[in-house]
Each structure stands twice: as structure tokens, then as C-alpha cells.
Design a protein around this ligand. Structure first.
Ligand code: GTP
Length: 310
């Protein structure tokens, strides 16, 4: 089965996420790709779902934010979209109130990590609101900045509401906050899909299939063997601080069943599982050379298999 590309649409309330979604769905249709949508709205009544044509599979998560209250439901919805529809691409529209790291955390589940290809975060910014952001509460201002900082592709939207000088100012401020993302000035979130599919990966990196990046990314490691718990704990001591989350299943040589492993901002947690699970470990981090991490983990496996061979 093919992997489904997954894109997360982030951005503050009213910044143009649904407008972007409509544009992307239209282009996917023209390109003959099967798209599906997962929408998260804070209210208990769906408002934006009318934006999605009836033939596009749609799952909705109402009455809560993906990042805090309903992440388990998101996992279930995403899994059923993958199983029932096997789409080429899934667009997830998060509520404007969501923090990107928390949403990412809810999206990449070790249970189906090998079925999805998480391409990145597209953040829409309401350019007029950005210029007037000092009027907003400090928490909202911080959220706007976080949404910009963690984006892989940035759309500075609603440029039709600004003059040229204002557009240049927003563009400069945003590029300074996140110099690594592709930044595009848009009106009504019109963006060509080739920009979206590239998703800020530098061309040469893409060619070498190396996931080295200066931005927030996910990485999945699949264990073929069990490893020693002590080696794994040493590995955790060596990893960079910019790995914010790790979760997944790992099997230690000392036990016959796997552990569910959770790691959040430096704190590890192990929970015994009484059945076989896919030994996928999902990482979320920033400024990480994923090839180095990959080598560190395969070294743990090799070290253990050499011991067994002796
Ligand atoms: N003038 C102008 N209006 C826009 C632009 N993009 C979107 N809008 C309008 O802004 C409003 C909000 O756009 P949406 O796409 O619904 O924004 P959203 O981020 O999905 O909003 P929430 O779902 O509330 O978070 C709609 O009335 C859009 O038609 C733009 O570039 N210029």
C-alpha cells in the first residue's frame, strides 16, 4: 500500500486555512490525486466542512483542540481514513488555537507511522492582523509567533489588504522569525501545489533522501531487533535537547514483550505492553541531523546482535 502524504494546515483563526484547503483540493482534483481531509473545529457544530466537496472523504473532530483534549480521537480518525480510503494525500486543518508541536504529536502515531509521509506544516498568516498584533493579548501574540516559527511553508496571506510597503514589512519580519521556511505572499491563499509538495525541503537534501533540516520535523525509526535497555538509556542521554518528543514501541532483550515508550521534553516513561506491537519509534524535533540519529539507533541494534552471535 502506498504511503499517504500528510500536510498540516496551521494558522490563526480567520487567516485563510479553509480558503487554502479549498484551493489545494481543487488542484489535487485536477492532478487526479485522491485527497482526504481531517478538520478540527473548536465548536460543536461544523462550519467549515461545507468547503469540502461531498466526494472527498472527510473526518471531523469537533468540540476540542487536537492538541489537548482529543488527540486519541484524531489518531482513530486518521487511522480509519488510511484504512478505508487509502488516499494519496491527507490535509489536516487544525483549529487556529493549536500549537504546532502538540498537533504534530497527535498526528504521528507509532501505530501507522509507516503508512504516512508527513510532509510538513503550512502556516497561513493574516498579514493585516500580523501588523496589528500588538493589540492582541500576549498569549495570542506568542501563539502567532510559534505558528510562524514552526512552519515549513509560510503563506503571508491577505496581501490585498495591505499596500506594498506594508507587505514588505510583514515579509521581512516573518522571514527573520523563520528564515528556513519558503515564504510566499498570497491573496486568497493561492499557492501552486509544486511549492506545497516541495514543503521547504532543500532540493539537494531531497535528492539524497536525507532528512537533515533546520525546522520542526518528524522522523520514524523501525526496529528490526530488540536492544539492551541500558544502551537505549545511554542513547537518550546523548540526544540533542531539540528533540521534543519520542513515542513508540521498543523491545528490550531482557523482556519478551515490547514497551510503549513516551518521552516528552527530556522525561522518559515506559509502559509494558502485553501484545506484539509495530516496533516504530517516532521522533519530533528541530535542527536535528536525522541521519546521525538513525545511525545511533542502528548501532544499538548491531551491538546487541553481535552479542547474540558470540
Ligand atoms: N481580503 C481577503 N480575504 C480573505 C483572504 N483569504 C481568506 N479571506 C477571507 O477571510 C475569511 C476567513 O478565511 P478562512 O479561509 O475561513 O480562514 P480560516 O483560517 O479557515 O478561519 P477559521 O476556520 O476561523 O480558523 C473568509 O471570509 C475568507 O474569504 C485574502 O487573501 N484576502
Amino acid at each position: 500500500m502506498n504511503k499517504s502524504e500528510v500536510y498540516l494546515l496551521s494558522g490563526f483563526l480567520g487567516s485563510g486555512k479553509t480558503t487554502l484547503l479549498k484551493n489545494l483540493l481543487q488542484q489535487e482534483r485536477l492532478d487526479g490525486r485522491r485527497a482526504a481531509v481531517l478538520m478540527n473545529e473548536l465548536g460543536s457544530v461544523s462550519i467549515d466542512s461545507d468547503a469540502v466537496n461531498e466526494d472527498v472523504p472527510l473526518k471531523e473532530l469537533l468540540d476540542g483542540c487536537i492538541c489537548c483534549t482529543i488527540s486519541d480521537k484524531l489518531e482513530a480518525q486518521l487511522q480509519s481514513l488510511l484504512i478505508e480510503n487509502n488516499p494519496d494525500v491527507i490535509y489536516i486543518e487544525a483549529t487556529g488555537a493549536a500549537h504546532p508541536v502538540e498537533v504534530l504529536d497527535a498526528i504521528v502515531s507509532p501505530l501507522f507511522a509507516d503508512r504516512i509521509d508527513f510532509k510538513g506544516i503550512i502556516t497561513t498568516v493574516d498579514s493585516k492582523r500580523w501588523l496589528e498584533r500588538k493589540k492582541l493579548s500576549p498569549q495570542i501574540q506568542l501563539l502567532l509567533v510559534e505558528q510562524v516559527k514552526h512552519a515549513n511553508l509560510l503563506l503571508i496571506n491577505k496581501t490585498d489588504t495591505l499596500n506594498e510597503e506594508q507587505q514588505a514589512n510583514v515579509s521581512m519580519e516573518i522571514s527573520l522569525l523563520n528564515p528556513h521556511a519558503f515564504t510566499i505572499l498570497t491573496s486568497f491563499a493561492k499557492v501552486p501545489t509544486n511549492h506545497v509538495r516541495k514543503m521547504g525541503y532543500k532540493k539537494d537534501l531531497l535528492q539524497h533522501r536525507v532528512k537533515v533540516d533546520l525546522q520542526l520535523r518528524t522522523f520514524v525509526y523501525h526496529f528490526k531487533h530488540h536492544i539492551r535497555q541500558e544502551d537505549f538509556e545511554n542513547f537518550l542521554r546523548e540526544i540533542p535537547e531539540t528533540i521534543y518528543r519520542i513515542k513508540g514501541y521498543v523491545r528490550f532483550s531482557e523482556n519478551s514483550y515490547p514497551y510503549l515508550f513516551q518521552y516528552s521534553y527530556g522525561m522518559p516513561l515506559y509502559m509494558k505492553e502485553y501484545m506484539n506491537m509495530p516496533l516504530n519509534l517516532v521522533f519530533i524535533g528541530e535542527n536535528i541531523d536525522w541521519t546521525v540519529l538513525n545511525d545511533m539507533l542502528s548501532d544499538l541494534e548491531e551491538k546487541q546482535s553481535r552479542k547474540i552471535d558470540k
